[in-house]
Design a protein around this ligand. Structure first.
Ligand code: ADP
Ligand code: ASP
Ligand code: MG
Length: 405
């Protein structure tokens, strides 16, 4: 008998038929004597269509109101699943984020979980009720509804699992686990049986959307064992756990791609102390996360400065960049949203040289031009034109010997 948290993603609850299938799976675990707490996403595509609807009303919807709107996606599935379980003769109750006491900071659209009270969850569990919680949403200290950023129901699940000290957190999705690269891009991708929190963190931060990055941070911090698996099969998936000696330390163990970044270049920036701070302070103050930064000599006492930002922040960042450029007398500002960042990741990279050369040669062999490069101890990333993203992923997966035989 165990306390199990199960999270079902959008494709797993895409319609009433799938919600019934999910209910059967939950009941299967419950009937074996386990206590089950379920976290749900909105039906596939619903969050996107709610965002579209808001955009039709106004280009810059009030962030508070947008969160009120987006939270309805998860409210719908939670109610429908609880009803389905009730109709099957099981005691089940839905809880919204605030009822589950998911307390967040006040950053609408990208809130961080500060605390989870979970008294009500625990009470319901102790009366053998199946608890169905709307993921992706919380509540700030002022009682406002907040959402946790795209893919945030993974984080709701892991954080709730930590708060109620669940034995395991199962993440049910539309693939059989975590693969060496996105299996929907590369059919030669291999399923990974066990992966360390560190490596999963790196993959998530570089674009492998199978787990939201903050969910992995929570899992690592609170030692939550996460099992990523498919809601459509019975197959074992991937265990995300602490690193152990049995894990292979491959030089390159996975390849990721992120198409959700955009590039901004300031041309002919005066080469003076303090200029970088003047450029990036207003961008940071606007809450925009800058990823890569590259500065090249333009000519004379001038530089060109290029950086990347998340695509949803592109327009705001361009607006700020134009204001800054006028202020510091830079010549021009260029923007490009058609880029992708491909990365190779591996903890074994720490003690190996030549990985970067191999990556650059593989891309060159397919005539893929590299626009920007960045490296860390355990990964190398290249920004390329978006149209080559899939080709680059397949090329690198093969070049580093990751293709399944
Ligand atoms: P859910 O709606 O269940 O949360 P997501 O779409 O957020 O599902 O995440 C699952 C998707 O993540 C898969 O369909 C797959 O395309 C993508 N993905 C990207 N990289 C990987 C990877 N390395 N392993 C598995 N899936 C990946
Ligand atoms: N429904 C939200 C999204 O589409 C949260 C999630 O699915 O995890 O981003
Ligand atoms: Mg997801």
């Amino acid at each position: 008998m165990a306390l199990i948290v199960q999270k079902y993603g959008g494709t797993s609850v895409a319609d009433l038929e799938r919600i019934r299938n999910v209910a059967k799976r939950i009941v299967g675990a419950y009937d074996q004597g386990n206590d089950v707490v379920v976290i749900l996403s909105a039906m596939a595509g619903i969050t996107d269509s709610l965002i579209d609807m808001a955009q039709q009303v106004t280009h810059y919807p009030e962030k508070r109101e947008l969160d009120v709107l987006l939270a309805t996606g998860e409210q719908t599935t939670a109610a429908l699943l609880a009803m389905t379980l009730n109709a099957m003769g099981y005691r089940a109750q839905s809880l919204l984020g605030f009822q589950a006491e998911v307390v967040t900071d006040c950053t609408f659209g990208n809130a961080r979980i500060m605390d989870i009270g979970a008294t009500r969850i625990k009470e319901l569990v102790s009366s053998r009720t199946i608890v169905v919680i709307a993921g992706f949403q919380g509540c700030d200290v002022n009682g406002n509804i907040t959402t946790l950023g795209r893919g945030g129901s993974d984080t709701s699940a892991v954080a709730i699992a930590a708060a109620i000290k669940a034995d395991i957190c199962e993440i049910y999705t539309d693939v059989n686990g975590v693969y060496t690269t996105d299996p929907n891009i590369c059919s030669a991708a291999r399923k990974i049986d066990r992966i360390s929190y560190e490596e999963m963190l790196e993959m998530a931060s570089l674009g492998a959307k199978v787990l939201q990055i903050r969910s992995v941070e929570f899992a690592k911090k609170y030692n939550v064992v996460v099992h990523v698996r498919s809601s459509f099969t019975e197959e074992e998936g991937t265990m995300v756990v602490n690193e152990d000696k049995s894990m292979e330390r491959l030089v390159v163990s996975s390849v990721t791609v992120n198409k959700k970044e955009a590039r901004i270049t300031l041309i002919k920036v005066p080469d003076q102390p303090g200029i970088a701070a003047r450029i990036f302070s207003p961008i940071a103050e606007a809450g925009i996360n800058v990823d890569m930064i590259i500065q090249n000599r333009h000519s004379g006492k001038f530089n060109d400065l290029t950086f990347t930002v998340p695509t949803p922040d592109f327009e705001k960042a361009m607006e700020l960049a134009r204001e800054i450029a006028a202020d510091i007398h830079a010549e021009d500002v260029l923007g490009d949203t058609n880029i992708a960042k491909v990365s190779v990741i591996g903890v074994g990279m720490k003690n190996h040289s030549g990985v970067a050369t191999r990556m650059f040669s593989a891309l060159a062999a397919k005539s893929i031009n590299i626009l920007m490069i960045s490296t860390s101890e355990i990964r190398i990333s290249c920004v390329i034109a978006e149209e080559y993203a899939e080709l680059a992923v397949r090329t690198l997966h093969a070049a580093f010997g990751l293709d399944k035989s």
